[in-house]
Design a protein around this ligand. Structure first.
Ligand SMILES: CC(C)(COP(=O)(O)OP(=O)(O)OC[C@H]1O[C@@H](n2cnc3c(N)ncnc32)[C@H](O)[C@@H]1OP(=O)(O)O)[C@@H](O)C(=O)NCCC(=O)NCCS
Length: 172
């Protein structure tokens, strides 16, 4: 069955929620996406849709700031990414990431951060964020990664990357 990647539409919200609940051990990610959408911060949200209309994957991006500097809105955070159990290892996750990154670039974002498995994200060009002077609020080291989409977009002085309020006590 072929898969297409497209932006989410209003009617997709419940399928996205159910998919996130199935892909992750708890409903925390599903709730996070609902909160981001309600707050107008679900800046980029793509779904992977089968020919039969079934949604089998989802990726979200929401803005981040560095050291509380709202002027530096060039950054965006990837979270969460999910592919439905039973549909893994077919490249759906990779397509969501690649098309998501292209959408971030087209929207004018200069860099993307993610807290995730370094081995998985390195293939897309992500590198350790601490090597670019960027810290995080989750005590992550090698798992906190950054990809610069536009040369010079990562603040040269570095700083701590902060996700939106919706992330609250969420442990990525
Ligand atoms: C992680 C996830 C999105 C990958 O989706 P996918 O469609 O299977 O990914 P792809 O087919 O593009 O890539 C498969 C590769 O990812 C690797 N991979 C899959 N899940 C992984 C994981 N949890 N940790 C590390 N690597 C993983 C596979 O080993 C495979 O690597 P290979 O190509 O070198 O064999 C999917 O497994 C998932 O939804 N997992 C549960 C939710 C989750 O953990 N999301 C990520 C954190 S936000």
């Amino acid at each position: 069955m072929s898969i297409r990647i497209r932006p989410e539409e209003p009617a997709d919200a419940s399928a996205i929620r159910r998919g996130l609940e199935a892909a992750f051990p708890t409903a925390a990610e599903a709730r996070l996406v609902d909160l981001l959408r309600a707050g107008g911060h679900l800046t980029i949200s793509l779904v992977a849709e089968q020919d039969d209309g079934k949604i089998v994957g989802h990726i979200a991006f929401s803005p981040v700031i560095v050291d509380g500097e709202s002027a530096e809105q060039a950054g965006i955070g990837l979270a969460p990414l999910a592919v439905l159990p039973g549909h893994g290892r077919q490249g759906i996750g990779a397509r969501l990431v690649r098309e998501g990154l292209a959408a971030c670039e087209a929207a004018g974002f200069g860099f993307v951060v993610v807290l995730g498995h370094p081995k998985y994200y390195r293939r897309f060009g992500f590198e350790r964020a601490d090597r670019r002077g960027l810290g995080n609020e989750y005590d992550a080291d090698e798992a906190f990664l950054v990809l610069e989409l536009r040369a010079g977009a990562i603040p040269a002085r570095g700083g701590v990357v902060q996700y939106g309020a919706e992330f609250g006590e969420f442990t990525l």
